[in-house]
Design a protein around this ligand. Structure first.
Ligand SMILES: O=C(O)CCC(=O)C(=O)O
Ligand SMILES: [Fe+2]
Length: 363
């Protein structure tokens, strides 16, 4: 096995210096910026359970042990609940049975008790739009000089990209996975202690087997991942105030060691916009949304290509067709220079794909 590399940790000033000297520092390795989030209003306002229950208690969530699965043979327990009940469980794990009576989607309270792993809710969706108040509490969003182009991408927060809030008890597990949509992502540690293991996308063949899923870095299976020893692990120990940020498609495995509150955020900028546009996940989410709101889309959008896609395209194709129409409409109006540049770049990629699909005789 390769000796793990410690993910480099910087002060904000050191990070700035380093990142100015490297065109795309996050493609080289993930980075930790110690203390970065101490100036966020959320660092105080979101760091206790009573405030969180008050702000987000009624939101629906699922909680799983593990958080989700990324290997075909891993069994999980899962409940469908609201965030207030989940917070109650984290503080009083003994109340498991009474808190989640008929809400088990997978497994049961009894199975969970035999598992030696707590429930973990990772899908508290606190924003649906870029204008929501939550953003005021996590300002500045990114350490300089990193840019964030999310707001120039139509429907960014409705198409599989997120500002998440993760509350987890000691022992909670997020198994190895890559995030959707080639996003740059971070974990901002408000309270508690987590340990993360990350792997570069260049090593993917060593930790991902399409027939079974992802490696368990703490319990590698030689038959399923014969070359896992070739993969270079990068490790991080995250404490209160730290920001761990990684580039597109870095896989990550995260264990909570001490009850934890973390904010996670997805970012698009110059370094990953093209990969974002080519990703399937936002297309599927957008196409799914369009299918579920077919009447509204048909009445508001007159483009015959969208109507045709609603009739007979896959949800990914529908999502891409709808995005092209939205981009074209936006580009016909007044935009900032930056917003125009992002949208033109997105449309060029989508148009190019589309023309590659049309048979030559029809062109
Ligand atoms: O903090 C965790 O448990 C994992 C979070 C994660 O996978 C993410 O934010 O992408
Ligand atoms: Fe993730």
């Amino acid at each position: 096995m390769r000796k793990p590399f410690s993910i480099p940790a910087f002060t904000l000033d050191e990070f700035k210096q380093k990142a100015m000297g490297e065109a795309d520092i996050l493609s080289l390795h993930p980075c930790i910026i110690r203390g970065f989030i101490q100036s966020w209003p959320a660092f105080r306002k979101w760091a206790d359970f009573d405030s969180l229950a008050q702000m987000f208690g009624s939101f629906p969530v699922t909680a799983g042990a593990p958080q989700f699965t990324t290997h075909k043979n891993v069994k999980m327990c899962q409940v469908k609940t609201d965030f207030a009940s989940y917070l109650d469980y984290v503080q009083n794990p003994d109340r498991l049975e009474e808190l989640f009576k008929d809400q088990w989607v997978k497994g049961s309270a009894e199975t969970l008790r035999s598992m030696d792993m707590p429930l973990y809710s990772g899908n508290l969706r606190i924003v649906r739009h870029s204008r929501e108040a939550a953003f005021e509490d996590i300002d500045p969003l990114l350490p300089e000089p990193l840019a964030c182009w999310n707001n120039d991408i139509p429907y960014f927060y409705q198409t599989g990209n997120h500002l998440w809030l993760y509350v987890s008890p000691a022992g909670a597990l997020t198994p190895l996975h890559q995030d959707n949509n080639a996003v740059i992502a971070y974990l901002a540690q408000l309270t508690g202690h987590k340990e993360a293991i990350l792997y570069s996308p260049d090593d993917k063949r060593h930790y991902y087997n399409p027939a079974v899923g992802y490696l368990d870095p703490h319990n590698p299976n030689d038959a399923e991942f014969p070359t896992w020893r070739e993969a270079q692990p990068w490790t991080a120990s995250l404490k209160e105030g730290d920001l761990l940020i990684w580039g597109s498609n870095w896989a990550h495995h995260v264990v909570t060691h001490e009850q934890s509150i973390t904010i996670s955020f997805d970012v698009i900028n110059d370094s990953n916009l093209d990969d974002y546009v080519r990703a399937e996940d936002w297309r599927a989410e957008f196409g799914h949304f369009a299918m579920a709101n077919e009447d509204m889309i048909r009445s508001r959008i007159k483009d015959p290509q969208v109507h045709q896609a609603l009739d007979n395209a896959s949800k990914e194709e529908l999502g891409a067709t709808l995005m092209r129409t939205i981009l074209r409409t936006a580009l016909a109006g007044t935009l900032t220079e930056q917003s125009r540049a992002v949208k033109e770049r997105m449309l060029a990629i989508l148009d190019q794909e589309e023309s590659a699909l049309v048979p030559e005789a029809a062109q």
